[in-house]
Every structure is written in structure tokens, then in C-alpha cells.
Design a protein around this ligand. Structure first.
Ligand SMILES: NC(=O)C[C@H](N)C(=O)O
Length: 314
């Protein structure tokens, strides 16, 4: 039986690939240039590098995201590949990580990493993070953990990780959970594992929108989306997912028109279920026929809804 010893690094851009142009940091380094900064690996380890794109992560389109999903899934099917590392901007890293977590069929490691400081800054964290990410992908215990984000020596599960800070190398955290493991002095330590939810998805339906409930907010945005006949609406509700009572009519109307409505929580550690009997709380929403995102934040819930709408294979 052939040993799986190859890691495929797929670079997409982000600050990890940026340098100062004199007028601000911009994408500069290709996947090959990033990989050239990595240390030598032990015997038998092979690194293959692909440049998928070189853009800030907020510039990625859903088409590119789905294309990346296909590339990652295809590379993991190859016998000799032990895992894939995706370098990515940090702004939307949790979304790409979660989409790959949800839809890539393979149980092999999928690791995302990036940098908070660009390559012209002292303290550039890209080399450390990419080195750690490759170490995690090579680790014999990295299978069956879904997609992971490796930043600042921490290994985060895609489902729970979120960017908490706009600045600082410690920008990522998994609120309510903590990291799934750490890379300490080159050694990978695992704290817990999880059973990931994987859906065999055909495609993403893009026409899904996210709105956030705020105190006293009218139902204007909901009504506008219903008038547009969108495919789905995700609401980040109060607490684990409650809405103002005057939104309920619009939510019921959306459901009657066949628009899927999903409820996510506005707080970082959210459970949808509550014991309240008042309008706009869990029971009322359940009766209205909404879906509950069960702990996912709004952006991740939106991806899941797009995947569900895209239809399952088989
Ligand atoms: N730190 C980062 O990578 C932020 C960056 N501008 C991005 O592409 O998301």
C-alpha cells in the first residue's frame, strides 16, 4: 500500500501573500514563493504547490469558492495526497473553511491558514502559520476532523472558529469551545475531536441573504427580500435566534412563498432552542416553519442554506 506523504498547498491570496507596494499592502507572493520560505521536511514528505488566485479574501466570489471546493476535493482523491493546505485571507477564512468542512467528501485533512501581518512587516506571521498548517496536515491524527483553521499555533475546527479581532496575530478563536489542538515547538497536540456534518452537495444557490436583528428594527429588509423572491433568508437573531414580534408576519409570508428562512444566533456562543412562549421566540419561529442553524454564525448558516438549496447528490 502506497504511503500518503504529499501535501498540496493551494494559495488563494490574503495578507499572507501581500507585500507593501509603497501605496499599501497588495497581493504579491505566489504559492510557489510562499512555499519557498518553508523549512525542509523529513524524508518522504513531498510538497506540491498551486496558485489558485491571489486576491484579498473579501474579493472572492461564490463561483470561485465552489471552484476551490472542487479543486480541494479532487486533490484529496489522489492516492498519495495526505492532506491539503489552503492559504487564504483571514477576513472570510471561516466561511471558506466551513464550506469545505460541509461539502468536501474526503476524510483527509483540509487545513486553512493565513497571516495577520503582511510579508514586508516585521513579525510577519505567514511562515510560522504555513509551517504549522503543513505540520497539522502531515499529522497522522489529522484525518476525520473536517476542515481546520491553523493560526498563531492554534488548531480550530471550521464549525466553531471565527475571526475575533481586526488586528493581532491572535485574531482567531473558537468561542465556547477553545482550540481543537495546538502546535507547540513543531509538535502537534490534539485536545478533542468532533464528528463533522458532511453533505454531498451538487452546487451552491447564491441568492441567499443575511440580515441581523437589532433593537426596534422594522421589517423593511425582510419585505424587500420577499419582494425580490430570493431563494433564502438567514436572520441573525437576538441571543440564540429571536426576532422582533413585528417580523413574524413577514417570516410567515416568506415561508408561504417558498422562501427558506434560517435562524442563526447574534451572539458568539448560540443555541437556537429556548423555553420562551412569547412571539418571535423559538416556538413561534418553529411554528412558522423556519430552519435553525444550531450554533452556526450568520455567514456560515448562509453557506449551509445555499448548499441545502443546491440539492444533495444521489
Ligand atoms: N489578514 C488578512 O488576510 C486580511 C486580508 N485583507 C484578507 O484578504 O482577508
Amino acid at each position: 500500500m502506497a504511503r500518503r506523504n504529499k501535501i498540496v498547498i493551494i494559495s488563494t491570496g490574503g495578507t499572507i501573500a501581500m507585500q507593501d507596494s509603497g501605496e499599501g499592502a497588495v497581493p504579491a507572493l505566489s504559492g510557489e514563493e510562499l512555499a519557498a520560505r518553508l523549512p525542509q521536511w523529513g524524508e518522504g514528505v513531498e510538497i506540491e504547490v498551486e496558485t489558485f488566485s491571489n486576491i484579498p479574501s473579501g474579493h472572492l466570489t461564490l463561483e470561485q469558492l465552489w471552484q476551490l471546493q472542487k479543486v480541494v476535493a479532487e486533490r484529496l482523491e489522489r492516492l498519495y495526497v495526505r492532506g491539503v493546505v489552503v492559504t487564504h485571507g483571514t477576513d472570510t477564512m471561516e466561511e471558506t473553511a466551513y464550506l469545505l468542512d460541509l461539502t468536501v467528501p474526503s476524510n483527509k485533512a483540509v487545513v486553512l491558514t493565513g497571516a495577520m501581518l503582511h510579508a514586508s512587516e516585521p513579525g510577519y506571521d505567514g511562515v510560522r502559520n504555513l509551517t504549522d498548517a503543513v505540520r497539522v496536515a502531515l499529522d497522522p491524527q489529522s484525518d476525520n476532523r473536517g476542515a481546520m483553521v491553523v493560526m498563531n499555533g492554534e488548531i480550530h475546527a471550521a464549525r466553531y472558529v471565527t475571526k475575533m479581532k481586526s488586528h493581532g496575530v491572535d485574531a482567531f478563536a473558537s468561542p465556547g469551545r477553545g482550540p481543537m489542538g495546538r502546535v507547540i515547538e513543531g509538535h502537534v497536540h490534539w485536545y478533542w475531536s468532533l464528528e463533522r456534518e458532511a453533505l454531498p452537495v451538487r452546487r451552491l444557490v447564491p441568492n441567499v441573504h443575511l440580515i441581523k436583528a437589532t433593537l426596534g428594527m422594522p421589517d423593511t429588509l425582510l419585505r424587500a427580500l420577499i419582494a425580490q423572491n430570493v431563494a433564502g433568508i438567514v436572520i441573525e437573531g437576538f441571543g440564540g435566534g429571536r426576532v422582533p414580534p413585528w417580523w413574524m408576519d413577514a417570516i410567515r409570508e416568506a415561508r408561504q412563498k417558498g422562501i427558506l428562512v434560517a435562524i442563526a444566533g447574534r451572539v458568539p456562543v448560540a443555541h437556537s432552542m429556548d423555553g420562551y412562549g412569547y412571539p418571535g421566540a423559538y416556538r413561534d419561529l418553529e411554528e412558522a416553519g423556519v430552519l435553525f442553524a444550531e450554533g452556526l454564525n450568520g455567514p456560515k448558516a448562509r453557506l449551509k442554506l445555499m448548499a441545502i438549496l443546491g440539492g444533495l447528490v444521489g
